[in-house]
Design a protein around this ligand. Structure first.
Ligand code: CP3
Length: 329
């Protein structure tokens, strides 16, 4: 059966414009906080019954067109032997480029819980809902590995890329191969769509982005048998070159109007791009933002409605309901 999210990524006409929200399974939902009071983040991810339940929470409430699997971009690295904690973001020992290059290939048996969560979610969501698998893009995973966690400007990463480009390419190529295996495994298990998150690639200048972020992202996405979305926030300066990663759809943040972002990207599907801060405002402001968003996609097939980044944890759930209702109306 035709799933609107999949159809939009193929740039075919849709019966309804698909909508989902990045980080839709998470801390703004009281039922999520209730479950997290009993399970650590990592235990919740590694327990398919719990991870599937968290994935389904926003689907039950808002009937989104996509169900994004509850996990983290760092989850497959744990299966490659990288130890970490979450507080709330990932914390780990800073790794050298050589250590990253030497990480073993991903043993899919060690992420079997992700496949099981996908199977459960696929059998529980409505037929028209797309199951969304995902991975971190190599450059973004390398950022966490080198820095040992999140960082304001990723200076250590940027310094290493400048100091030893060959070692950086070797590290990125190990990560690209592992994420390609990981995404293929998710599609085999029933993911209808996959998204590659390149959350920190926007700290790079245009030439470094072309040189260091795009080739490993293209390798991570190569040959997959499901429509692919590449999302690099803070990357207005690279939208025109991004389609060389070979995805069907591109996520864009809120910094540019949708029409302008689409003009830069060219003939591809687009996902976005409401400012997450809009969902902190009143119902009228939310409805007006949706009207403006639709105006920016006038007449073109291939738009997936989403925010320009993950939902803020202080968002009232009723504002999400208002947003989805406005999209459907
Ligand atoms: O609902 C969904 O989108 C699915 C689940 C999901 C999580 N993380 C759950 C999570 C997804 C797709 C991610 C991706 C992810 N993780 C990204 C890419 C998206 C982006 O924001 O750019 C990044 C950079 C990470 C790394 C990460 N993990 C951070 C920075 C944090 C802490 C800050 C935050 O936004 O919560 C995490 C922890 C994390 N991952 C939580 C959740 C629900 C919070 C855990 C908790 O305390 O309950």
């Amino acid at each position: 059966m035709a799933r609107p999210l999949v159809e939009a990524l193929r740039r075919r006409p849709v019966v309804r414009r698909p909508v989902w929200i990045m980080r839709q399974a998470g801390r703004y939902l009281p039922e999520y906080r209730e479950l997290r009071a009993r399970h650590s983040f990592q235990d919740a991810v590694a327990t398919p019954a719990v991870a599937a339940e968290i994935t389904l929470q926003p689907i039950r409430r808002f009937d989104m067109d996509g169900a994004v699997i509850f996990a983290d971009i760092m989850t497959p690295l744990e299966a490659m032997g990288v130890e970490m904690t979450f507080d709330p973001g990932p914390r780990l020992r800073p790794h050298t480029l050589a250590e990253v290059a030497a990480l073993g290939p991903l043993d899919v048996g060690r992420v079997g819980f992700i496949a099981e969560t996908i199977r459960r979610v696929r059998s529980d969501v409505p037929d028209e809902t797309a199951v969304i698998g995902f991975a971190g893009a190599p450059l973004t995973l390398l950022a966490y590995l080198v820095e040992g966690g999140g960082s304001k400007d990723y200076m250590r990463l940027r310094g290493e890329l400048r100091a030893d480009p060959a070692a950086a390419r070797a590290a990125l190529s190990t990560l690209a191969a592992a994420m390609n295996t990981y995404l293929a495994m998710q599609i085999d298990a029933g993911a209808d769509v996959v998204q590659l998150f390149d959350s920190w690639a926007g700290v790079l200048d245009r030439e470094s982005f072309r040189d260091m972020a795009m080739p490993p992202a293209a390798r991570a996405l190569a040959g997959l048998e499901a429509p692919r979305i590449y999302f690099a926030p803070g990357c207005g300066h690279t939208l025109d070159i991004q389609p060389a990663v070979g995805a069907e759809g591109y996520g864009v943040d809120w910094r540019l109007p949708l029409a302008e972002a689409w003009a830069r990207l060219g003939d591809v599907a687009i996902q976005g791009n409401v400012d997450p801060a809009i969902l902190l405002a009143d119902p009228d402001t939310i409805r007006k933002a949706v009207v403006a968003l639709f105006a920016g996609s006038a007449g073109r097939d291939g738009h997936i409605v989403n925010l320009g980044h993950g939902i803020d944890r202080h968002t009232p759930p009723e504002n999400v309901a208002t947003f989805v209702e406005a999209v459907r109306a």
